[in-house]
Ligand binder design. Sequence first.
Ligand code: TRP
Length: 334
Amino acid sequence: MTEKKPIIFSGIQPSGNLTLGNYVGALKNWVSLQDKYDCLFSLVDLHTITVRQDPKSFRSNCYDALAIYLAVGIDPIRHNVFLQSHVPAHTQLAWILNCYSYMGELSRMTQFKDKSKKNETNINVGLFSYPILMAADILLYGTNLVPVGADQKQHVEIARDLALRFNNIYGQVFAIPEVYHPPLGARLMSLQEPTKKMSKSDDNSSATIFLLDKPEDILNKFKRAVTDSDTEICFDIKNKPGVSNLLTILAVVTDRSVEEWTTQLQGSGYGKLKTATAENLIEFLRPMQKRYYQLRKDQEYLDSVLKQGAARAVDASQEILKKVYDVLGFIPTF
Ligand code: TRP
């Protein structure tokens, strides 16, 4: 009998082009987790509509993100790759968890506060209850570990709190998930304001590297990247956030250490650092982009992945959902 592996759940919103930040902060780690864990990697499209989407681009963004998942090396045969909206149990469980969540705890979520500021004309209830749907995503599959960036830690904690609260009343229904911190997690910052996280929704398009950026755009973005007024290349996040960010990118895409690069580039000046980073990144992205464009054309294949993923996730979601309905006293369907 094969031993049961711990379960991992993670997701990314298919809300536009994925960035190098998404790759380094999430996708890269997911790929390396595939050997040791049973993984569910979802495209969390229901979360995406908390901010208005244009239906046509929304649909193509979902396929784009799926093709990226596959192009970076996520294996849809061994693991579960699916669209959240294809599995009704997510919203079913989310409703139930709504009834066990408190206004107070949700009002404290930093992401809610940030997003409310950004979307002043559309502070909808979905934005507020976003962490509950995320908790449902996680708890539905008996997830043990949730690999997410620091900005999502608070949401995983809510999922834990809800699971513990529910289990306290009704017995062992949910596994208690934990945040998974990748051993070498790097957080990429904006190229224009390096004290801010690299984000796909930045108003300044020079601030962000998208995984599908063309070589010439990458070169230009790095040429324009903010560094600082002196010339010394060293890693110092506090005093040299821009230079440190470039060194981080360089190290990640070449699989070498920041120290090695700092030594190699000693005395070269920022111009050299920028072109070295751009050139290495371009080479790093090239094979992935090639696979992406091949996959993206193959609509039939992409649909078959979604179909299989949905069937498996629907199946996997039933056990815990049924248990929840049962302990709450709902009459089972006939
Ligand atoms: N909220 C996450 C983000 O914006 C995406 C997400 C939704 C997620 N459900 C999840 C991540 C469940 C991990 C597990 O990054």
